[in-house]
Design a protein around this ligand. Structure first.
Ligand code: ADP
Ligand code: GLC
Length: 481
C-alpha cells in the first residue's frame, strides 16, 4: 500500500472558494484504494459550517516554534465518503469569515504556519506518507521545509513531494526579510535559483524548485506556462523543469454533478429525456429570478469567481450589444467589485433579460448548469476550468475561449461534419467573442436539430476522474519507485 497525503488550503465538502476545492475533494475518492491510501489535510477554518465541524474528532495537539513564537497546533480528523481528512487547528490563524484574507502578508504568515504545522503533525498521525501532494502556493513551503529541516529526521527521510499548480497567478510573494522572519529559513534559500523571484520571496517558486515532480491541471496550460504570456514571471523556471512537469486534466465528481440525481434541481433528466425535461428547469429558473417566462429564448449562464482571469472585460465591452439579441443572461458569482457592479448595472438596465446573483450558492449553481442552454466562459487564461465540464455534463453548451483546459475539454462545433461539444474563439477580443455567441444563437434558433445533437454529444463525453486518476497513480508509482 502506498500512502499519499494531499495538503491544500481548501477541499469539498468542508470549504470551497473555487475549483481547487472540487479537485481536492473529489480526486482522492477516485484513486484506486487497492494500491493507494490517500488522505487529505486542510486548515480547520472557523468559517467551516458547524454541521461539518461536528464530524471532526480531536486527535492530539502540540506546540510549535513559529515566527518567534510558540504556537498551538491541534489535529482533528474526520472521514467523508471513505476519505480520511486531517485538520490543522489554530483559531488565531484560521479565524474570520473567509479562508483567505485580503492581505497577502497575512496569508503568507498563515499558510507558512500551516505548511510547517502540516509537516510537524505527520509523525503523530499513524500514517507516514510516501508522497506529500501539495496544491498551489499556500503549500509551496512544504517541499522546501521537507528538504531543509525535516529530511534529517528518520521519519521524513525519503518522502517525496509533488506540487500541483492550479493557478500560477497566485504565488505568495512578499519582501525577503519579512518572509525570512516568518519562515526562519536561512539566507541560503533566498537566491534567484531558489525562493527569490525579482527581489521578492516567492512561496510557490520554492515549492516548484524543491518538489520532486510538478503537475498542472491540463496539457495546454502545462505548455502555456512555459511561455512569457502565461508564465507569470516563472516561465523560465517552468522551462527549466519541463521534464518534471506534466499536465493532467481535471475531472469532476460524477455523483455530485449528475442531472439525473441532483438534489438541487427540480426536474431531473437524462441524456434520453432532456428534450422534454431540461426545459422545465429553465422555466422554473425564469420564474425564480424574475426573467421573462419564455421557453424559446436562449438562456446563457455564468457561474464564476468574478476576477479578470475569467474574461469579464470582454463581456463588459459587448454587454449592451448582446442584450439587443434574443438572449437571457444569468450570472452567479462574487469577486472584484467592478465586475459585481457591472452585472448589477445590466440587471437593472435589462431587468427581464439579465439576472445578476452576486453571492455564493451551491444550489443556484447547479440550477444554472441544469437550466441554461449555453454557458459562457471567455477566460483570459484557464488552468483547467471545471464549470465548463459541469455545463457539458448537464447538456448546457459551453462557449469558451481556446485557452488552457477550455481548449482541451471543449471540442469546437463543426457544422460540416456535425461534430463538437461547444463553441470557441481564439483571440482575447470582445467582438470575436460576440461573433461566436451570435453563431451559437444562430444554430440554437435556426438549426435546433443540430443543437440537440450537440447536446447529445456533450452529455456523452466523459470527464469523470477515471482517466486522470490513473495518470496521478502512474506518477506516484514512478516517484516512489
Ligand atoms: P476557478 O477554480 O478558477 O474558480 P473552476 O471552473 O475550476 O474555476 O471552478 C469553479 C468552481 O466554483 C465550480 O465548481 C463552480 O460551480 C464554483 N463556483 C464559482 N462561483 C460560484 C458561486 N458564486 N456560487 C457557487 N459556486 C460557484
Ligand atoms: C484553479 C483554476 C481553474 C482550475 C481549478 C482546479 O482555480 O483557475 O482553472 O480548474 O484551479 O484545478
Amino acid at each position: 500500500m502506498k500512502n499519499i497525503l494531499f495538503v491544500a488550503s481548501e477541499g469539498v465538502p468542508f470549504i470551497k472558494t473555487g475549483g481547487l476545492a472540487d479537485v481536492v475533494g473529489s480526486l482522492p475518492k477516485c484513486i484506486d484504494k487497492r494500491y493507494f491510501d490517500v488522505r487529505v489535510m486542510i486548515p480547520k477554518y472557523t468559517c467551516i459550517k458547524q454541521e461539518l465541524k461536528d464530524k471532526m474528532v480531536y486527535k492530539t495537539s502540540f506546540y510549535m516554534d513559529f515566527h518567534w513564537g510558540n504556537e498551538y497546533v491541534g489535529i482533528l480528523e474526520a472521514e467523508v465518503d471513505g476519505v480520511k481528512y486531517y485538520f490543522i487547528d489554530n483559531e488565531s490563524k484560521f479565524g474570520g469569515d473567509h479562508p483567505y484574507s485580503s492581505n497577502v502578508y497575512d496569508d503568507i504568515e498563515r499558510f507558512a504556519f500551516f505548511s510547517k504545522a502540516a509537516l510537524s503533525a505527520m509523525p503523530l498521525l499513524d500514517f507516514r506518507p510516501d508522497v506529500i501532494h501539495c496544491h498551489d502556493w499556500q503549500t509551496g513551503l512544504i517541499p522546501v521545509y521537507l528538504k531543509e529541516r525535516f529530511q534529517g529526521n528518520d521519519f521524513f527521510h525519503g518522502i517525496k513531494s509533488v506540487m500541483t499548480i492550479h493557478n500560477l497567478k497566485f504565488q505568495g510573494k512578499w519582501d525577503v526579510p519579512a518572509v525570512q522572519d516568518i519562515t526562519g529559513l536561512p539566507d541560503y534559500f533566498f537566491t534567484p535559483d531558489k525562493l527569490e523571484s525579482y527581489k521578492n520571496a516567492n512561496l510557490l517558486k520554492g515549492g516548484l524548485v524543491y518538489a520532486d515532480a510538478i503537475t498542472t491541471v491540463s496539457d495546454t496550460y502545462a505548455k502555456e506556462i512555459m511561455t512569457e504570456f502565461y508564465g507569470e514571471s516563472l516561465d523560465g523556471l517552468m522551462r527549466a523543469r519541463e521534464n518534471d512537469l506534466r499536465g493532467i486534466v481535471n475531472g469532476i465528481d460524477y455523483t455530485d454533478y449528475n442531472p439525473t440525481t441532483d438534489k438541487y434541481i427540480d426536474y431531473p433528466y437524462t441524456a434520453a429525456n432532456y428534450r422534454k425535461e431540461k426545459i422545465k428547469n429553465k422555466r422554473k429558473l425564469q420564474q425564480e429570478l424574475g426573467l421573462e417566462e419564455n421557453d424559446k429564448i436562449m438562456m446563457i449562464g455564468i457561474v464564476s469567481r468574478l476576477t479578470d482571469q475569467k474574461g469579464f472585460d470582454l463581456i463588459a465591452y459587448i454587454m449592451d450589444e448582446l442584450c439587443q439579441d434574443a438572449v437571457q443572461i444569468v450570472v452567479l458569482g462574487t469577486g472584484e467589485e467592478r465586475y459585481e457592479n457591472m452585472f448589477r448595472h445590466f440587471d437593472w438596465k435589462y431587468n427581464n433579460k439579465v439576472s445578476a446573483n452576486i453571492y455564493y450558492s451551491e444550489g443556484l449553481s447547479h440550477k444554472i448548469y441544469a437550466a441554461c442552454d449555453a454557458f459562457l466562459m471567455p477566460s483570459l487564461f484557464e488552468p483547467c476550468g471545471l464549470s465548463q465540464l459541469m455545463a457539458l455534463r448537464y447538456g448546457t453548451i459551453p462557449i469558451v475561449r481556446e485557452t488552457g483546459g477550455l481548449k482541451d475539454t471543449v471540442e469546437p462545433y463543426n457544422e460540416y461534419e456535425s461534430t463538437g461539444t461547444g463553441f470557441s474563439f481564439t483571440n482575447y477580443n470582445a467582438h470575436e467573442m460576440l461573433a461566436t455567441i451570435r453563431y451559437a444563437e444562430k444554430i440554437y434558433y435556426d438549426k435546433k436539430r443540430e443543437w440537440n445533437k450537440m447536446i447529445d454529444r456533450s452529455m456523452a463525453v466523459d470527464f469523470s476522474w477515471e482517466v486522470s486518476a490513473n495518470k496521478y497513480q502512474e506518477m506516484y508509482d514512478w516517484l516512489i519507485g
